[in-house]
Write a protein that binds this ligand. Structure first.
Ligand code: HEC
Ligand code: HEC
Ligand code: HEC
Ligand code: HEC
Ligand code: HEC
Ligand code: HEC
Ligand code: HEC
Length: 648
């Protein structure tokens, strides 16, 4: 299957390379040219199930005991005093100046809570307390917190930074981007920080089961068959042969070995192949058949790296590139991979520096191969990794330093802060990505990483060369992001919703019709979307709203109430529902719902406006004005509100 695709690429590639100056290239050594055999592991069969860490523990207890002390072993768990690495004091308050909100973490019994509150003239005028159900992060670097609302997971707005020993907003919440309690935690995060959870496909963030930390099977594959055979006494001499019921990463060709680790240690713009999901990849398989990870490249900004980029950085090293070339030429499958230096069952915290330095010396036997002055080296105990693999800050997570895995001659400190020049995005784990993948990568880069607008043009260029069913999904997505709704309407007006199987495409078409004010058609598309993704709250809410817009009040209320039964803490939905009750002339219920919404988010402008409107409607213009003042206090330039204020 992959072969066919690469033929398609090479047939048109020269033409493309000619047109684009944004080159898409890959740093990994030439793919798959070595002759090492790709083994058929029996636990790659989809019928073989995961059995969980306790089962492995029953036979491999010493490995379990050591692994459970590592960062991976402690990556995720139920929030408790034992799990938390943080310090608590009644004085701990983190203040976010931009949103004028304060935060306080505290334990009550063994339950952890995060309180968000606002003080005005010594009065607490707003307070919201949520229980932290889970802690993500071992505490080697951070503890972040999550709540579980009927299976829907959200991040809480407070994180413990272990290296600096301080509480602060979570990564990504700083600089005015505080989204309070509404950041959804989806399968992408979860499948890197945990054993494989039960996930409701297309729900964004609904889980049916949530494990307690990365487990053995994330690196060894599902164990059902292995356990069955061992219990039946089918034992293999693993010093001479491979036990094909379970994967030992050490026995994989080096590319597949790195794939095991870079499934998680390669964070970027991940594009899931059509028909695949975040939980299909199993150790021993080729990662790029499932997920292709792209990174942006900036001219002369090699120093910057994100936290989970160990795999990418390592592969930039000359040590890696040269030795991998050799191992390809000799068709040997040994070289420099993660497990040359790391035993994943043992934490780096207890691995002495000498273990790493011995690895360097295996290849750089001659002490003189280092050109640095011997005296200077001696001052640093000749700690090779201290100079050649330096710890630095990451660009994605504040207050955290990690080890740069690009082994290189230490750079002289930069003094000038160069302007960043975007030089395209490129795939790290596959050199021969197809056009759909490249197109999706540019789209996703724009959408998720605030990428340059030009990314959408690049996406469009790749799309011209695609003639596959995925094309429609990508094209609709692209038009959607460019706000070209009339084009979507024109293109899809004769398509029957039932023929579309991707819920996101169906939703986007619905939204396009809604934006073009063709509500009856929008309604049909949303209804179809829900048959594909019934647990997706956003889709449900869109459907409810389009019904209310069309004055189908009872039906609309029914849908929004269904959504609130799934998650009662959605302030947007409470606001829409209040509006629906107002249309039914139930002002009491409307007011109650607006107040509920504001108790969850006191700054939610739509709820404030609706509430002001309601006050005005029942003749309380003084109260209405007070609410508008509240909005203007935070947003004095809001022209719509200013106009409204004058009109009252
Ligand atoms: C009933 C006992 C038993 C259980 C349970 C068990 N193993 Fe094993 N495992 C063994 C034995 C015995 C060997 C060595 C002989 C063999 O592989 O046939 C082994 C070997 C292995 C190997 C090395 C294979 C190789 O080719 O080098 C790995 C990896 C492994 N087990 C992982 C796991 C994982 C992961 C689990 C949990 C899913 C697990 N085992 C559960 C008994 C068990
Ligand atoms: C399922 C995703 C996943 C896989 C697969 C994975 N890692 Fe990790 N790894 C993580 C996460 C997440 C952390 C950070 C955990 C924390 O501290 O909360 C981590 C931490 C680590 C650490 C530092 C923690 C410590 O105590 O030493 C090392 C070293 C490491 N991984 C190496 C590897 C290697 C080598 C492989 C491949 C054989 C691998 N990892 C595979 C997700 C993964
Ligand atoms: C591709 C896999 C991947 C994805 C996706 C991912 N992470 Fe991570 N993340 C990692 C790895 C690996 C580390 C550990 C790096 C290290 O120890 O140097 C990490 C580190 C972290 C840390 C610091 C943890 C610690 O104590 O070391 C936090 C917090 C975190 N991630 C949260 C998240 C959240 C929230 C999401 C989803 C929005 C997410 N991550 C998505 C792989 C991933
Ligand atoms: C982050 C990836 C990762 C996780 C998680 C992991 N292992 Fe391993 N495991 C490896 C690697 C890599 C090797 C090969 C190490 C080597 O020999 O250099 C290995 C080797 C093994 C072996 C065979 C060699 C030996 O040391 O006997 C067994 C058995 C094993 N692991 C069991 C487990 C069990 C049980 C767990 C969970 C408690 C577990 N592993 C968790 C990566 C992992
Ligand atoms: C040449 C040796 C070497 C190789 C190869 C290597 N590492 Fe490391 N790694 C280190 C050293 C040294 C540290 C720092 C240990 C310490 O802090 O004591 C480290 C630390 C880590 C950490 C802990 C967090 C941090 O950044 O300090 C993670 C996670 C990690 N490595 C993952 C990986 C992964 C994944 C690979 C393969 C892509 C890999 N390493 C390959 C030497 C290596
Ligand atoms: C598997 C063998 C191997 C291992 C292990 C290894 N190297 Fe290398 N290293 C090489 C080779 C080969 C080169 C490239 C020599 C060349 O191209 O001139 C190289 C190059 C380098 C360079 C020059 C880099 C540059 O950008 O000019 C440094 C510095 C270096 N290694 C340091 C280390 C350190 C420190 C370690 C341990 C953390 C290490 N190496 C581990 C094989 C290795
Ligand atoms: C005090 C910091 C320091 C320590 C410790 C150190 N190095 Fe270096 N190393 C350097 C610097 C600086 C250079 C570049 C020197 C130059 O080109 O003038 C270098 C250069 C190198 C090179 C590349 C030489 C070339 O061909 O250009 C290699 C390989 C290397 N070191 C390996 C090692 C190994 C292996 C160790 C541990 C035994 C080690 N280094 C310890 C700082 C250090």
């Amino acid at each position: 299957m992959i072969r066919k695709k690469s033929v398609l690429v090479s047939a048109t590639f020269s033409a493309i390379a000619f047109i684009f100056f944004l080159t898409v290239y890959c740093n990994s050594p030439s793919d798959n040219k070595n002759n090492s055999v790709e083994h058929e592991y029996l636990n790659h069969d989809s019928s073989v199930k995961y059995v969980g860490i306790e089962t492995c523990r029953s036979c491999h207890s010493s490995i379990y005991n050591s692994f459970i002390q590592t960062g991976m072993g402690q990556s995720f768990n139920i929030a408790s005093k034992k799990k938390s690495a943080a310090e608590f004091s009644s004085h701990t308050v983190v203040y976010d100046k931009i949103s004028d909100m304060s935060y306080h973490p505290f334990f009550k019994g063994d339950s952890l809570y995060i309180m968000e509150f606002r003080i005005e003239k010594n009065d607490t005028i707003y307070k919201r307390i949520e229980k932290a159900d889970y802690i993500i992060g071992s505490g080697q670097h951070t503890n972040s917190h999550m709540m579980n609302v009927n299976g829907y997971l959200y991040q809480l707005p407070l994180t413990w930074y272990a290296q600096k020993k301080k509480w602060d907003l979570p990564p990504g919440f700083e600089d005015g981007k505080n989204v309070h309690f509404s950041r959804e935690i989806g399968i992408e995060c979860m499948s890197c920080h945990n054993a494989l959870p039960g996930f409701v496909e297309n729900s964004v963030n609904k889980f049916t089961s949530i494990p307690r930390g990365i487990d053995c099977e994330r690196c060894h594959g599902p164990g059902e068959l292995h356990v069955k055979e061992k219990l039946a006494g089918k034992i293999i001499d693993t010093s001479k042969a491979i036990d094909f019921t379970i994967v030992n990463p050490k026995k994989l060709p080096y590319e597949r070995q790195i794939d095991v680790c870079q499934r998680c240690h390669l964070q970027g713009n991940a594009i899931v192949k059509s028909g695949k999901t975040f939980y299909d990849f199993r150790p021993g398989m080729k990662l790029s058949d499932f997920i292709e990870v792209y990174m942006p490249k900036y001219k002369e900004h090699d120093d910057e790296f994100i936290m989970a980029s160990h795999a990418q950085r390592l592969q930039l090293s000359k040590c890696f590139i040269s030795t991998m070339k050799q191992s390809n030429d000799n068709s040997k499958s040994t070289g420099l991979t993660c497990i040359t230096c790391h035993n994943p069952h043992v934490s780096v915290k207890v691995t002495g520096k000498q273990v790493f330095n011995n690895v360097c010396m295996n290849c750089h036997e001659d002490k003189r191969s280092c050109k640095e002055d011997l005296k200077i080296r001696a001052e640093k105990n000749d700690n090779c990794v201290g100079c050649h693999m330096q710890r630095s800050g990451t660009i994605d997570i504040p207050h955290v330093t990690v080890t740069d895995h690009w082994i290189k001659i230490p750079a002289k400190k930069e003094t000038v802060n160069k302007l960043k020049e975007f030089a395209g995005i490129y795939c790290i784990n596959n050199k021969q990505t197809d056009f759909v993948s490249k197109c999706e990568a540019y789209i996703s880069y724009f959408e998720k990483f605030n990428g340059e607008k030009s990314s959408l043009d690049s996406a469009g260029k790749y799309l011209q060369f695609v003639l596959k069913p995925e094309e429609l999904n990508s094209r609709i997505h692209l038009l959607f992001l460019k706000n070209e709704f009339e084009k979507i309407v024109a293109e899809t007006k004769d398509i029957k919703p039932e023929t579309i199987t991707d819920p996101w495409t169906s939703y986007r078409i619905g939204q396009a019709f809604q934006n073009e004010k063709i509500f009856t058609v929008a309604e049909k598309w949303y209804a179809h979307t829900l048959t594909l993704a019934p647990e997706n709250l956003d889709f449900l809410n869109k459907y409810g709203a389009v019904l209310i817009i069309q004055n189908k009040i009872d039906e609309g209320i029914q849908i929004l109430e269904r959504s609130l039964r799934k998650n009662p803490k959605q302030y947007e939905v409470l606001t829409n529902l209040g509006f629906a009750y107002l249309k039914r002339n139930d002002t009491g219920k409307a007011m109650e719902l607006y107040n509920n919404a504001l108790s969850l988010n006191p700054d939610f402008e739509q709820a404030l406006l609706n509430k002001a409107g309601l006050y005005n409607y029942i003749g309380k213009s003084f109260e209405a004005k007070n609410i508008l003042k509240q909005i203007l206090k935070r947003d004095p330039q809001n022209t719509a509100v200013l106009a409204l204020f004058k009109s009252l």
